[in-house]
Design a protein around this ligand. Structure first.
Ligand SMILES: C[S@@+](CC[C@H](N)C(=O)[O-])C[C@H]1O[C@@H](n2cnc3c(N)ncnc32)[C@H](O)[C@@H]1O
Length: 267
């Protein structure tokens, strides 16, 4: 019925609901296929070690107390935990991981699996353990409200799950919250000493106006003299820019491997 391709094999029911252990490559494939608006939850293990170590040097230079860190756009949360350990957890009060999409509801109907956000946006459809792509997904996406209504009136039961890897709750200094970079709750304003955004603020995902709004919000949640790192991983190479917030404005500290593609919007 639907095209099957081993690249699109996900089996999200086993992973998110039955919580079966699976190997890292398969986990990376699942997140690579999970779509949130124009972005994907693509992430890989230990992808930011070198740039995290650079951030650790800045942390040591600028702070003698424990810091509050915000990691924005966290996917599975794995890269947030890696950030915590790479920065040496003892220098850290808390790391808050924010992502637009952390919690979801899963419906299983025969060979179909439907993954909905808590706001009833359709995030993924799987048929026979394969993620539906292109036109097949977009047909369901166009009908998402009708589909959701149908599932409700037919009294199909959903199961709650989330995108965080199970090992994350072992580190109690790391906390995860659903927050949209375009609409961050007021209580987080002026809270963070370090804000890190990796593989989210890209021209391929957002318009210039949207990127500016996101940067404005990053500025709002960061304290005076805070550090901000914006980076992107391209062909396994991390490129990013480090900034410091002085008198409400961001000043460039350093470009790493050529810097961030959005750095001109930051300063
Ligand atoms: C490509 S992943 C990056 C994951 C991780 N930072 C890394 O570099 O491995 C992008 C993440 O941003 C999240 N995201 C997309 N739009 C967002 C928004 N408006 N606000 C917050 N997070 C968002 C997605 O859900 C996804 O988890």
């Amino acid at each position: 019925m639907f095209e099957k391709d081993k690249n699109f094999y996900t089996d999200i029911y086993s992973f998110f609901i039955l919580k079966k252990k699976t190997h890292k490559k398969k986990i990376e494939n699942i997140y690579r296929l999970l779509r949130v608006d124009n972005t994907y939850k693509t992430t890989t293990y230990n992808r930011m070690f070198d740039i995290n170590i650079k951030l650790r040097k800045y942390l040591k230079k600028y702070f003698s107390r424990k810091v509050m860190i915000c990691d924005l756009g966290i996917s599975s949360g794995q890269s947030t935990i890696e950030l915590f350990f790479d920065l040496d957890g003892k220098n850290i009060k808390n790391v808050y991981g924010f992502d637009k999409q952390i919690y979801f509801k899963v419906y299983k109907i025969k060979k179909f699996i439907f993954l909905f956000s808590l706001k009833n946006d359709l995030l993924m459809v799987e048929y026979d353990k394969h993620c539906l792509r292109y036109r097949y997904f977009f047909i369901f996406k166009k009908l998402e409200k009708v589909l959701f209504y149908f599932l409700k009136i037919m009294k199909f039961k959903s199961i709650n799950s989330n995108a965080l890897l199970p090992n994350l709750n072992k580190v109690d200094k790391c906390k995860f919250f659903e927050q949209d970079i375009f609409n961050i709750e007021k209580k987080y304003q002026n809270l963070f000493d370090i804000v890190r955004v990796s593989n989210l603020l890209n021209y391929s995902y957002f318009s210039k106006a949207e990127l500016k709004k996101a940067i404005y919000n990053i500025n709002k949640i960061s304290k005076r003299n805070s550090l901000i790192l914006i980076s992107k991983t391209l062909n396994k190479k991390n490129m990013g820019s480090f900034f410091i917030k002085k008198n409400g404005k961001l000043q460039l500290l350093e470009d790493y491997n050529g810097g961030s593609e959005v750095k001109k919007l930051m300063i």
